[in-house]
Design a binder for this molecule. Structure first.
Ligand code: BG6
Ligand code: MG
Length: 225
């Protein structure tokens, strides 16, 4: 009998592919600062907060800025990013995401959104899926970003579920590390070569069922016992 009681979902890369919009916005900032920012560089920003992303970007470009300029540039990046986000339609939800969320709720699993993004609410509203989450834990409500487990532990607390009874769905390495640190079942969304430490890796939410999830949970429990 599976012990699973809740599913916690990362947003960017799991529910919706916003990484391309983050990339376009950061690329424009880099261009204005006089250097080239590639898609390979963008991998380093996945799962990372806006401020930390800017630090990494500046490191890549070898640019040093005063704190006040960093604030201004982070705000500009967000304005550029939101221009793309506001054009998003509900169809942009990643394949299988809506159905899997509905399925979870149907079988009595609680659901939470667990993301570093401060733009989560507007994205959920645009995708028309806000009602599918019992808890929304975003970058406005956590102080330490992944790989720190804070965002996931806060979800478990607000859902009233023990961390060991939660499963996390994550596309970033830092997110898998955070799930492990929180003592949760970790389901990687993406490639097994990158998400090496996840309990299970699938290419997307269209490729996992509740039965498959419960089997992964049982396997982990038996391995620990
Ligand atoms: C994460 C993304 O979900 O949110 C990162 O993977 C992004 O790339 C971070 O930097 C913060 O997002 P936002 O929307 O607050 O700038
Ligand atoms: Mg992500």
């Amino acid at each position: 009998m599976s012990m699973l009681e809740a599913c916690l979902f990362d947003l960017d890369g799991v529910i919706v592919d916003t990484a391309k919009y983050h990339f376009l916005a950061w690329r424009q900032i880099a261009q204005e600062l006089g250097f080239v920012f590639t898609e390979a560089d963008n991998e380093r920003l996945k799962g990372v907060s806006r401020q930390r992303s800017l630090e990494i970007l500046l490191e890549i470009g070898g640019v040093a800025l005063e704190p006040v300029d960093k604030e201004r540039i982070a705000a500009k990046k967000n304005a550029l990013y939101l221009q793309y986000v506001h054009k998003m339609r509900p169809e942009e939800i990643l394949p299988g995401a809506r159905d899997f969320l509905i399925e979870c709720r149907k079988v009595g699993l609680k659901t939470a959104l667990a993301t570093a993004s401060r733009n989560a609410q507007v994205i959920l509203d645009l995708l028309q899926i806000a009602a599918l989450f019992d808890v929304v834990m975003d970058g406005n409500k956590v102080s330490r970003t992944k790989p720190d487990p804070e965002v996931f532990l806060n979800c478990a607390r607000d859902l009233g579920v023990a961390p060991s009874r939660c499963a996390v769905f994550e596309d970033a390495e830092a997110g898998i590390e955070a799930a492990i640190a929180a003592d949760m079942l970790s389901i990687g969304i993406g490639q097994p070569e990158i998400l090496k430490r996840a309990d299970l890796v699938v290419p997307g939410l269209a490729h996992i069922s509740i039965a498959g999830l419960r089997a992964a949970s049982d396997k982990k429990k038996n391995a620990v016992a």
